[in-house]
Ligand binder design. Sequence first.
Ligand SMILES: *Cc1c(COP(=O)(O)O)cnc(C)c1O
Length: 377
Amino acid sequence: MTLAPAPIGLAVPFLDLPAQSAEIAHEVLPAWEALLREGAFVGGSPVAAFEREYAEYIGTRHAIGVSNGTDALELALRAVGVRAGDEVIVPANSFIATAAAASRIGAMPVFVDVDDEHLLIDPDAVDAAITSRTRAIAPVHLFGQSAPLERLLPIARRHDLAIVEDAAQAQGAVGSAGRAGAVGHIAATSFYPGKNLGAAGDAGAVTTSDDTLAETVRSLQSHGSTTKYVHDRIGVNARLDAVQAVVLRAKLRRLDAWNTARRAAASTYAELLGDLDGVRLPATRSGSSDVWHLYVVRLAERDRVAAALGEAGIGVGVHYPTPLHLTGAYAHLGHRRGEFPVAEAAADRILSLPMGPHLTRPQQVAVAEALRAAVGE
Ligand SMILES: *Cc1c(COP(=O)(O)O)cnc(C)c1O
């Protein structure tokens, strides 16, 4: 069986998922066919194999495949002991799931600002936000960078707090404290199709080297049970299914090569856009190897430029247009514009350009030309 060629769509798609599918189809389709014949759809050998391979890749003792990244975050927070009424420190600019996972437990997300250079959680702001109710810090490895764990670890140790990494955008990223997903007490990741390691639907994982935390997550994700029909706690159903594990195994084998291609594409953008006045390019933290989940530039009149690029056939995005403290979902916390000035200023200026392992140089040249025209140079 072969896959039909990708349909002709945008001149430069934001992310070329059909190209990823084309690379793995010859491995995935026979494995899916075997699954259909066997009927072991939940759990089973593809899930166990993927969990082993992913733990080895990240460098943790355990990886627990789960239903999606948001569930992974919630289970990780619950495993480290976050309970209703506790506070969890979260950067003001992230995908809403980082905060929502805490809210789902009845805990309160406490937002902090980010640093202007990398838009990553600001360790000084974390330090200042700690109260007697703080239970955990949830740094986000945003855009494929690694958050400053080397500075957060001593703060967490001093206050006896857990670090729950949100590694949804950083599969394969390495910071000076180690590999994203292996540095904190526990980490959550998402395999939403658009992530660097993406499934063919929703999926996620929790990684940790702590045996007790791993056992707790495993129980929580499967109705509070590790032995069938023995329920020691009230859990949820948040399992990874075998259909997704097959895809994830095939893509994991290619992840390093795909991340290398993303790094090359980031260098090409730097070369093509470096002289463009008024467009601020992303920078890598020293000692880090980023995996460029997103390539985020900052510029004035973002909405006008984004519309112009869209008209030129360039797929763009904004990650994310509203800082979490100003979303309707968190209006009840009573935050005001001006509280987190770096995150707020960034939200008005950020623009994510096409990025992915199959992005070609001619496509990037087309992006650069369209951007140059849009900013009027
Ligand atoms: C994608 C993402 C999530 C949520 O993952 P889902 O699988 O969509 O639930 C959480 N945090 C960040 C930073 C993400 O990018």
